[in-house]
Design a protein around this ligand. Structure first.
Ligand SMILES: NC(=O)c1ccc[n+]([C@@H]2O[C@H](COP(=O)([O-])OP(=O)(O)OC[C@H]3O[C@@H](n4cnc5c(N)ncnc54)[C@H](OP(=O)(O)O)[C@@H]3O)[C@@H](O)[C@H]2O)c1
Length: 205
């Protein structure tokens, strides 16, 4: 596939879905080898990032455990998650053990709680914010790689994403669509922390 074709396809996908380059973080995450894809806990599974992470993790062959409130379990299962934990009823840190990878998109005490669920030598990918020194120390003692993962789009990964979308193996849930002029409202909606999928801004012309 030529670069121009890939770029055009991705532009169309981004315009349509606003899935955007964030997807790449999860598909091309800079992680240690061997790639830990057997079991994964995705914290925030119904969110803009999380619902894509669940699908990509399944694509990579992972057994996926997601956390979401009960009313969103059908949605997260439909994304492919093997298990969904209602975070309003159950503490995943008490019940999940020995997973290979946790993608934590919440931060705060979720970092330390995620460590409790990981096997020695596992991986903790934090999307927000960076792990603090104490967390890194605790992770290091158990041979766990813990780190902040940031979006770094590249053409090859975009092409892979485009193929998955075209093959119907990756879909983007759109929570709300707003014109660019209402960007402030979009931010307010995002700050409610309740979106299911993406909040999309459209640009006229
Ligand atoms: N590092 C990077 O490159 C990068 C890129 C993009 C985003 N981020 C960060 O990743 C985080 C997530 O972003 P996002 O756009 O996916 O957020 P989002 O779409 O606003 O997340 C909202 C979703 O999170 C769920 N949720 C809220 N609290 C939860 C909890 N305690 N456990 C499980 N699910 C919970 C909500 O479900 P309910 O309504 O059921 O509560 C809702 O579906 C943000 O902090 C963002 O800054 C980082």
């Amino acid at each position: 596939m030529s670069e121009d074709t890939t770029t055009a396809r991705m532009r169309a996908i981004i315009q349509e879905s606003a899935g955007g380059p964030e997807v790449l973080t999860l598909a091309e995450v800079d992680r240690p080898e061997p790639m830990p894809t057997e079991v994964l806990v995705q914290v925030h599974a119904a969110g803009g990032v999380g619902h894509l992470a669940v699908q990509l993790a399944k694509h990579l062959g992972a057994y996926v455990i997601g956390t979401a409130r009960g009313s969103k379990h059908a949605f997260v299962h439909a994304l492919g998650a093997d298990e969904v934990i209602d975070y309003t009823e159950e503490d995943f840190a008490e019940t999940v053990r020995d997973v290979d990878l946790v993608i934590d998109s919440i931060g705060g005490d979720y970092g330390a709680r995620s460590l409790q669920t990981l096997r020695n030598g596992g991986t903790l990918a934090q999307l927000n914010p960076e792990p603090d020194e104490e967390l890194l120390r605790q992770a290091g003692e158990r041979g766990i790689w813990a780190g902040f993962v940031l979006v770094e789009p590249d053409n090859a990964a975009m092409a892979t994403i485009a193929e998955l979308v075209e093959a119907g193996r990756l879909g983007v849930e759109v929570d709300t669509v707003l014109p660019f002029e209402q960007a402030a409202k979009a931010h307010e909606l995002g700050e409610t922390n309740r979106a299911t999928g993406k909040i999309v801004l459209t640009v006229a012309g």
